[in-house]
Design a protein around this ligand. Structure first.
Ligand code: BES
Ligand code: MN
Ligand code: ZN
Length: 502
């Protein structure tokens, strides 16, 4: 894990990272560059001419390294168009791009224009997340790997202020738990099963303090799931040699009364072959990421506990491996979900909604909830609608959705509200059961949302977050986002709890 420091003193690292922005030129030619070095004074004249010789533009994701004067190396990271105050997300991304470009080095000091504590947190988060690398399964190839920065120092004149120190602590926790989510997503199903997911989290929760910090876990195994009527989780998991689980973490704030109570429920398919509706081989490997929602809610719950946020969280991860076998659920099978609704499984590849339906009903046994949020890599249609970087928010409660949407603007995680049009609901009717698990293909993301809505008490504020595209980056790395698991939703889940604490 990368060490994080905050300083307003002399720079001890051999590498200094600063920002560079551009002003739009009125005439032709390049806009003027500005060096944005925060609270570190630099003799910029020579540097600007060097940057110009090198063809620097100051655009996001541009990182230029030149020999420094007071440090061995000075690194310029693009902030984009000049602003009097750069947004936290601009700083987060610029710090992330620089940290990525510095893999193979030991330590760096980041001095970017941060005017408040939230900007310090953003820079620290971006730098930590940009320093991520996943090498657990490399043996021979490890020697040539450039691993991420081991030490990151945020330089700021605000360093001695309490809110800056708190921001740094919080960033360290966000960095650590986002790293955990990414690691779990990147871990293949040969090494991550429903059972091992529970064991890893149980061990980790014990290590960080367990009930002393308000965290308790419980696990339901396949026998218990079957006998207690969790027909969704059972049906999805029954085709696999790695049996399903329902993992539960409860967080109750220690010594203080919870200001609010939320349930977080995450889809935990450790691998989605599509079952008997087998997916094509090309691209199937990405389905190791189908437990991203479960990893995000569990890791967020631990982060919330470590941050001592006075909000109670009931976190559920329904876990299963969607496989093909003589035990696998067949198209046309009818299952009975937890709570009693029957579902005709027309397509065993629409499995996420089945495991979530059970877990959502279970979570609502807690009658103190102020809201329930599910997080899932639920539909390919999400990517068709919003692309690979923007997640969807669906809801039964506009106010809750608006509140969450505002929060995501501060975390820098891209979300967008989508409707749940009632006219699509009829497509889920089944001629033989209460509901079918698939409906109209057009608007498939919203059809999936409408399916889940059937499992939610109408008066309970609910958010459904479809993170199918953003959870797993199959393209180029950018900003603080690497290839593979991204850890999306964790920051917003933590921020939702934080907002409930006031
Ligand atoms: N896990 C997939 C959705 C998915 C696809 C996530 C690509 C991330 C990337 C989900 O279980 C699934 O297979 N959904 C089907 C539903 C359909 C059968 C109604 C889909 O979207 O095609
Ligand atoms: Mn599927
Ligand atoms: Zn799936």
């Amino acid at each position: 894990m990368t060490a994080l420091h905050l300083s307003d003193g002399i720079i001890k690292d051999e590498i200094l990272v600063v920002g560079v922005s551009f002003k739009k030129s009125s005439g032709k030619g390049q806009g003027a560059l500005t060096i944005e070095s925060g609270d570190v004074a630099l003799d910029t004249k020579k540097m600007l001419s060097t940057l110009s010789d090198l063809g620097a533009t100051g655009k996001p994701d541009e990182v230029i390294k030149i020999p420094g004067t007071s440090t061995k190396l000075i690194v310029f990271t693009g902030l984009g168009e000049h602003k009097a105050t750069f947004s936290d997300e601009t700083l987060r991304r610029a710090a992330g791009s620089a940290a990525r470009a510095l893999a193979g080095n030991v330590g760096a000091t980041f001095s970017l224009p941060a005017k408040k504590a939230s900007a310090i947190a953003a820079i620290a988060e971006g730098a930590l997340l940009g320093a991520y690398s996943f090498n657990k399964f490399r043996v021979d190839s490890l020697v040539n790997r450039q691993v991420g920065l081991k030490s990151i120092t945020i330089h700021s004149a605000l360093a001695k202020q309490a809110d800056a120190k708190q921001a740094l602590k919080s960033a360290a926790i966000i960095g650590e738990y986002t790293t955990l989510v990414r690691d779990l997503i990147n871990t293949p199903p040969s090494h991550l099963t429903p059972d091992s997911f529970c064991k890893e989290f149980t061990a980790l929760i014990k290590k960080v303090g367990g009930s002393a910090i308000g965290l308790k876990v419980s696990v339901m195994n396949e026998t218990q799931l079957k006998s207690k009527g969790y027909g969704g989780i059972t049906a999805v998991g029954q085709g696999s040699a790695n049996p399903p689980r329902l993992f539960h973490i409860s967080y109750t704030p220690v010594k203080v009364k919870a200001k609010k109570s939320y349930a977080y429920v995450g889809k935990g398919i450790t691998f989605d072959t599509g079952g008997l509706a087998l997916k094509p081989a090309a691209g199937m490997e990405a389905m190791k990421s189908d437990m991203s929602g479960a990893a995000a809610v569990c890791a967020a719950t631990i982060a919330i506990a470590l941050l001592k946020i006075p909000v109670a969280i009931d976190c559920y991860a329904p876990l299963a491996e969607n496989m093909v076998s003589d035990n696998a659920t067949r198209p046309s099978d009818i299952i009975t979900m937890f709570g009693g609704k029957t579902v005709e499984v027309l397509n065993p590849d629409a499995e996420g909604r089945l495991v979530l339906g059970d877990a959502l009903v279970k979570a609502q046994e807690n009658k103190n909830l102020n809201g329930i949020v599910d997080v899932a890599t639920l539909t390919y249609a999400q990517m068709i609608a919003l692309g690979t970087r923007t997640s969807a928010i669906m809801t039964n409660n506009q106010e809750f959705s608006d509140h969450f949407f505002e929060i995501t603007k501060s975390t820098g995680e891209a979300f967008w509200p989508m409707p749940l049009p009632i006219e699509l609901r009829a497509s889920l009717d089944s001629p033989v059961a209460d509901m079918a698990n698939i409906g109209e293909r057009m608007g498939g993301m919203m059809v999936a949302g409408l399916f889940l809505k059937e499992f939610i008490a109408p008066e309970l504020p609910w958010l459904h977050l479809d993170i199918a595209g953003p959870a797993y980056n199959e393209g180029e790395p950018y900003g603080y986002t690497p290839v593979g698991g991204t850890g999306v939703a964790l920051r917003s889940l933590v921020a939702l709890a934080q907002a409930g604490a006031v």
